[in-house]
Design a protein around this ligand. Structure first.
Ligand code: PLP
Length: 378
C-alpha cells in the first residue's frame, strides 16, 4: 500500500505528460534550432506547449520562457531584473515566508549590495498591503512575493499588494512565485499585476527539470547564461523539448478542472480536519482560508521526523511541516506565529485530487496509534 500525501513536494506525472514526453523523446527528437524538418517538428511541439501554458495564465506565447524549473525561473527573474534596473535603484522588497529559491536569491543580491526589505506577516498570520506600500520608495526596483506558501497553504494578497505598490511607484517590477498556486487557483496575469511569474512542471503532474517564467512584454531582463539564441537569448542551451511537451500536456489536462479539483480537495481537507479534531494534542497551523491542498499541523510532543518515519513504515508519505534543508528549519512557520515547541512537531499533508477519504482515515488512525506508542515509549 502506498499513500502519498506529499504533493507540494512533487507530484506523480500524469499519463498525458508521460505519453507526451515519451512520444517526443522517441519521435520528435530534433533540435528545435535546426532548420530541417526534424528540427521544425520539435519546434512545433515546443510552440504548442508554450501556447498552452501562456493561455492558462492569460499571457501570450512570446511572454513565456522555458527553464529547468521554478528555482531557475526565479533566479532569472530576480537577478535579471536587479542587473537591468538595479544600477541606481537598489531596494528589493520581499516577504519573510518565501521559498528558499527566492529567499536565497534575495540574500545573494543583498551580499552584492542591494538593500533587501523583508515584510513579515502581522500577528494574525496575514500580510497587510500597507506594510508593502510603506516599504516602497523611488529607489525600489523589485518586489517579489509568493502566491501560495508551500508550508502552510496560506494565500498571499499578491494582486492587492502589487496594485497598491504600483500606484506609489509605477516603475517597480513585480515578481510572483506562483508554483503552489498554478492550476490550483485561477491565475490571470492581468489580475495579478505581476510582471514576472515563476512556474514549475513537477508540482503540476509533469516532470522534474522543467519550468517556465512569464515575462510581461516590455520588461527587459539580462540573462544569467550566455551562448546560443534559444529562448530569445535569455536562456541559451538546447531546450528540453520532451519535458516541455510533458508540461504542456499536464497544463492541457488540468487547466479545465481547477474548480472541480478544488472542490474535491476541499472535501478532503474538511474530512481531515474533522478526523484530526477527534485526536488529542493536535494544533492546525494552516489558516481556514488557505489553499485546501495543504494542511499543516502539529502532533504535540512528537518530533516531525519521528512521526514521519512512523507513518512511512506504514506506507504513508507526508512531509515534515517546516521545510528543512539539511536539518535547518526554514523559519517560515515561526513567521506565521507558530510557537517554537510546535514547529518541531509540525507535519505537512499535501493533497492531489486522487487522494481519498479512506486514505485520510488510515492516516489519522496511524497518527493515533503513533501517539499511543511514541508518547508512551518516551
Ligand atoms: N517555489 C515554491 C513555492 C516551491 O514550493 C518550490 C518547490 O519546492 C519551488 C519554488 C522550486 O521549484 P523547482 O523544484 O521547480 O525549482
Amino acid at each position: 500500500m502506498e499513500i502519498y500525501f506529499d504533493n507540494a513536494a512533487t507530484t506523480r506525472p500524469c499519463a498525458e505528460a508521460v505519453a507526451a514526453i515519451t512520444k517526443t523523446l522517441t519521435e520528435t527528437y530534433g533540435n528545435p534550432s535546426s532548420l530541417h524538418g526534424v528540427g521544425l517538428a520539435a519546434q512545433l511541439v515546443m510552440d504548442d506547449a508554450r501556447k498552452t501554458i501562456a493561455g492558462a495564465i492569460g499571457a501570450s506565447s512570446e511572454e513565456i520562457l522555458f527553464t529547468s524549473g521554478a528555482t531557475e525561473s526565479s533566479a532569472t527573474a530576480l537577478i535579471g531584473i536587479a542587473r537591468t534596473y538595479g544600477r541606481h535603484n537598489r531596494r528589493i522588497i520581499t516577504t519573510t515566508v518565501e521559498h528558499a529559491s527566492v529567499r536565497e536569491t534575495c540574500n545573494h543580491l543583498e551580499e552584492e549590495g542591494f538593500e533587501v526589505v523583508r515584510i513579515r506577516p502581522r500577528e494574525d498570520g496575514k500580510f497587510d498591503p500597507a506594510d508593502f506600500v510603506s516599504a516602497v520608495n523611488d529607489k525600489a526596483c523589485l518586489l517579489t512575493m509568493m502566491l501560495v506558501n508551500n508550508e502552510t497553504g496560506t494565500i498571499l494578497p499578491v494582486a492587492q499588494v502589487f496594485r497598491a505598490v504600483k500606484r506609489i511607484n509605477p516603475k517597480i517590477i513585480t515578481h510572483c512565485d506562483a508554483v503552489q498556486g498554478f492550476l490550483k487557483l485561477p491565475l490571470r496575469v492581468s489580475e495579478l499585476q505581476a510582471d514576472l511569474i515563476s512556474l514549475s512542471g513537477h508540482k503540476i503532474y509533469a516532470a522534474k527539470g522543467v519550468g517556465a517564467l512569464y515575462i510581461r512584454k516590455g520588461v527587459r531582463i539580462r540573462p544569467l547564461l550566455f551562448g546560443g539564441k534559444q529562448e530569445k537569448g535569455l536562456r541559451p542551451g538546447t531546450e528540453s523539448v520532451p519535458l516541455i511537451a510533458g508540461m504542456g500536456a499536464a497544463v492541457k489536462t488540468f487547466q479545465p478542472t481547477i474548480t472541480e479539483r478544488s472542490k474535491a480537495v476541499s472535501e478532503l481537507k474538511a474530512h481531515l480536519l474533522e478526523r484530526l479534531t477527534s485526536l488529542d494534542e493536535i494544533t492546525v497551523h494552516s489558516p481556514a482560508d488557505a489553499l485546501p491542498y495543504i494542511v499543516n499541523f502539529s502532533v504535540a510532543g512528537i518530533r516531525s521526523e519521528i512521526m514521519l518515519h512512523f507513518l512511512e513504515e506504514r506506507g504513508i508519505s507526508v512531509s515534515s511541516g517546516s521545510a528543512c534543508s539539511k536539518g535547518a528549519a526554514s523559519g517560515v512557520l515561526g513567521e506565521f506565529g507558530v510557537k517554537p515547541a510546535l514547529v518541531d512537531s509540525a507535519l505537512r499533508i499535501s493533497f492531489c485530487h486522487e487522494n481519498t477519504k479512506e486514505e485520510l482515515d488510515i492516516l489519522t488512525e496511524s497518527i493515533r496509534i503513533g501517539q499511543n506508542t511514541l508518547l508512551r515509549s518516551k
